[in-house]
Write a protein that binds this ligand. Structure first.
Ligand SMILES: Nc1nc2c(ncn2[C@@H]2O[C@H](COP(=O)(O)OP(=O)(O)OP(=O)(O)O)[C@@H](O)[C@H]2O)c(=O)[nH]1
Ligand SMILES: [Zn+2]
Length: 188
């Protein structure tokens, strides 16, 4: 990202909004926005390998592992407004397990982009499947979209739920049910 260019664009945007970008409160705003956007879109950079690094451990287990209530903040690509909530990620190991923090890091990686919730959910599922060679993966994301709350349809309490299931989570109703029970949902 060309930071100087982004700063200039933010200055122009402020002017278009009828603001004076040179008034005291706004003077540092273009630089702040550029820094903030760099962070909020950092998931466009880096690879899954770099995130997971060496944290895949041989372990002769074929059971379910779940990380529940991973908080997430992302931005909807339609309005560039935040959506935020929680992700629940589970997988069935196949002789290898992933360092548990890496599930949260993968969620952050795909959340820190311009996103839609459906794609975020699917990207996390695919990344877990690939990085640990799982037998199956389930991801549920529950989020509120500010574009639906502070503008537009102005609904304050609607929660969007999305799920992605791969491998044995897709094939086996029992596996999917075990996952949903453990993440505290009766059904999707
Ligand atoms: N499926 C999906 N839709 C989203 C997501 N984030 C925002 N949207 C929707 O994207 C749509 C964009 O619709 P448009 O009609 O093009 O835009 P708009 O006129 O601003 O729509 P309103 O939000 O209804 O005012 C809206 O229905 C949003 O609610 C998301 O993560 N997934
Ligand atoms: Zn939106």
């Amino acid at each position: 990202m060309d930071t100087a260019r982004v700063e200039e664009l933010v200055r122009e945007l402020l002017r278009e909004l009828g603001e004076d970008p040179d008034r005291e409160g706004l003077r540092q705003t273009p630089a702040r926005v550029a820094r903030s956007l760099t962070f909020l879109t950092s998931g466009h950079r880096g690879t899954i390998d770099e995130i997971v690094h060496q944290a895949v451990f041989a372990q002769p287990t074929h059971n379910m592992v779940i990380a529940r209530d991973i908080e997430l903040y992302s931005m909807c690509e339609h309005h560039i407004l935040p959506f935020f909530g929680r992700a629940h990620v589970g997988y069935i190991a196949r002789g290898r397990v992933l360092g548990i923090s890496k599930l949260a890091r993968l969620v952050d990686h795909f959340a820190r982009r311009l996103q839609i919730q459906e794609r975020l959910t699917e990207e996390v599922a695919a990344a877990v499947m690939e990085s640990v060679g799982a037998d199956g993966v389930g991801v549920v994301v529950e989020a509120q979209h500010l574009c639906m709350m502070m503008r537009g349809v102005e609904k304050q309490n609607s929660m969007m739920t999305t799920s992605a299931v791969l491998g044995c989570f897709r094939r086996s109703v029992a596996t999917r049910t075990e996952f949903l029970t453990l993440v505290g949902r009766r059904h999707l």
